[in-house]
Design a protein around this ligand. Sequence first.
Ligand SMILES: [Zn+2]
Length: 181
Amino acid sequence: MAPIIDPKFCCSCGGPMGRAVPRDDHRERHVCTKCGFVHYLDPKVACGTIAERDGKMVLIQRAIEPRKGSWSFPCGFMEIDETTEQAAARETLEETGLEVRLGPLLGAYSYADSFWGGAILVVVYRAEVTGGVLKPDTDVCDARWIGPSEIPWEKLAFQSSTSAMRDWLRAGGHAVPPGVS
Ligand SMILES: [Zn+2]
């Protein structure tokens, strides 16, 4: 799938964009035909948490596309001025109302081709819930606590949802159901 973002005009000078291999580069880029500005298309980074309390984790139901109505862990795109840790904690608070203290990295899951049209990197931390009250919030229509045996594998939103929850089970010493990869 070709990237959706195909810049037509230079974001530096407003001139028309063309395609060229910049000097010392190795692949074709979007290059301004007027000022030479190179517009690099970058992967997107999404950050989230498996937020835990008493052996359960928080599952959210998506209220927006893509995959509206399906389930995942709280997660969203990293902003330009934050770390992956900050993004993960912020998204968790925004989507669930819960404050968390981040634990270790659970996993980093990357896909060369994703719903937005380009590569995505999903960074997931384990996290301990330290405050707040669970309630569905921004971009979310339901939120609930689930135990290791209650994961709705057939209703998960993304491959990263499945992979992260699989790794969460393994990290806790729980068996992973057959067919989950
Ligand atoms: Zn330009």
